[in-house]
Ligand binder design. Structure first.
Ligand SMILES: [Zn+2]
Length: 499
């Protein structure tokens, strides 16, 4: 019998999801014509934020897989009419603000190449060279907006490296934007805080600051967390999200500039060759990050591109800027047309990651999620049938043990498969509103995946703890949903389908 507490929780979330679906589902009350009409009545408001492209429509030869005109119109309507959407839009705009205030040159120059090594940590069992207190694993503070190219000790708040690595890095770039130690000005490698050219304390040229037996991989770690995750990837994610909420093409233009520049280098990134992990050369591959994170990052890149790619054909400024850069870098693809830029991103990011699944071999089935997303973004109509079969097979595989995939850690790792399945189902519902129904018909165990943790909850408080999760007697009053709200849609749809 369904636990009473969880049952009431589910009733509450069902009410929430009903409100959401009524407002924005394909099967909801807002028809396409109503959405268009509602959006058009708000033209004055929207024009404040959008360009004048509506005045002179441009024919776009491609379409987004997951963000159709109907979905975009519904989002416009919801942003105007629903408080939650207004708040989400404001958050998205705020998150993208930093990247909107940069020039196109500054955005383009953010992207680095594979020439410098990267590290997953400064030192797994290290300390601060200044205060000598332990600072291990992921404890160094990295804030690229306020302290570019610096890592802050969480104990004494001193900053490392002591040299100005940003200037040194720029001195080593050639016309392609590739760094070389031969080119870089080694006279810049001194402690900039003292200004003494012979002071080498805390100085890191990209290979780490060495003190006795210890190598502090400051720059290599900054490249992963500061320059990649919190700058390039954060820019791509926040700008593309802000575009969806505002539909102001400037956000999309900037997303595409970053994606295109990333595509120039993307196939060359290989964490096995360029990465350090636990103070030694990495024992696993990946792209800029190591394999586990790469899957999530590849998914983000595919979705950011899908959100914005139509703008390639409406905003000539993208090709004007990128072709001017291509002349300087002398890259083969001169980016003169939207098709050129599309080809660069399609082939060098999406097709490359599809051809190299070993670089994103993460917790199952998150690798599949990223691969499915990339395949659908490239060619939804052409791949639709095979994607449905492959997704069906992944759902079968990951629900075979009472709805779970056999991972231990009952309210931890064991919930990841149903979280990823929820991600897959939510995403593909945007392309096909009947998708969950279709998958439930083919894989009835989909129901078990979301029912399992309802039935196993004991007196509304406990789960039997097995594996790498929690502690004996832990109070766990909620339904574990690693995919958050996306699991609410699963619960609601399965309620609809099963009663
Ligand atoms: Zn310190």
């Amino acid at each position: 019998m369904m636990n009473v507490c969880i049952k009431s929780e589910i009733l509450v979330v069902m009410v929430m999801i009903l409100l959401f679906l009524v407002s924005c589902s394909d099967s909801g009350k807002l028809s396409e014509s109503e959405a268009e009409s509602s959006a058009s009545t708000q033209t004055e408001n929207l024009l404040i934020e959008t360009t004048n492209e509506a005045v002179k429509p441009v024919e776009v030869p491609i379409s987004s897989t997951f963000y159709s005109k109907k979905t975009m119109d519904t989002i416009r309507y919801n942003v105007i009419n629903l408080m939650e959407f207004k708040a989400a839009k404001n958050t998205a705009v705020k998150n993208a603000e930093y990247f909107m205030n940069l020039s196109y040159d500054e955005l383009w120059e953010m992207v680095f190449g594979p020439e410098l090594d990267r590290s997953w940590m400064v030192h797994s069992n290290g300390y601060c060279p200044k205060c000598k207190e332990p600072v291990i694993m992921y404890d160094w503070i990295i804030d690229p907006v306020n302290r570019p190219w610096k890592l802050e000790c969480p104990k004494c708040h001193d900053l490392f490296p002591k040299n100005d690595f940003g200037i040194y890095y720029k001195s080593g770039l050639d016309h392609e934007g590739r760094f070389s130690y031969d080119r870089a000005d080694s006279s810049l490698l001194f402690n900039a805080e003292t200004g003494d050219k012979n002071d080498k304390f805390g100085v890191d040229d990209g290979n780490g600051y060495v003190e006795g037996q210890m190598t502090f991989r400051f720059v290599q770690t900054y490249l992963v967390y500061g320059q990649w995750m919190k700058t390039i990837l954060a820019g791509i994610n926040s700008l593309s999200t802000a575009y969806i909420y505002t539909q102001d093409s400037e956000y999309a233009v900037r997303t595409l500039i970053l994606l295109d520049r990333l595509a120039d280098f993307w196939p060359e990134f290989d964490f096995a060759e360029q990465g350090w992990l636990y103070d030694a050369p990495a024992y696993c591959t990946g792209y800029i990050s190591y394999i586990i994170n790469s899957a999530f990052e590849c998914y983000d890149l595919a979705l950011a591109y899908d959100k914005t790619k139509e703008v390639l054909y409406t905003q000539p400024v993208i090709c004007e800027f990128l072709s001017s850069k291509a002349k300087i870098t002398e890259i083969d693809n001169q980016k003169e047309t939207p098709d050129d830029v599309k080809r660069n991103i399609d082939e060098r990011i999406l097709k490359d990651l599809i051809q190299h699944p070993e670089k994103l071999d993460s917790n199952p089935p998150y690798t599949d999620l990223a691969l499915f997303a990339a395949r659908a973004v490239l060619d939804w109509e052409g791949e639709r049938e095979s994607l449905e079969k492959d997704i069906e097979s992944i759902i079968e595989k990951n629900t075979q043990y009472d709805g779970l995939n056999g991972e231990s850690g009952l309210h931890g790792y064991a919930t990841m498969s149903k979280g990823a399945i929820a991600n897959i189902c939510n995403l593909f519902t945007l392309a096909d509103s009947d998708f969950i129904n279709k998958m439930f018909d083919r894989c009835p165990k989909l129901y078990d995946a979301y029912r399992f943790h309802i039935d196993l909850h004991c007196v509304g408080r406990y789960y039997p703890i097995i594996g790498d999760v929690g502690y004996f007697g832990e109070n766990y009053p909620s339904y574990p949903a690693s995919a958050g709200k996306e699991e609410i849609l699963m619960l609601y749809k399965l309620y609809e389908l099963t009663g």
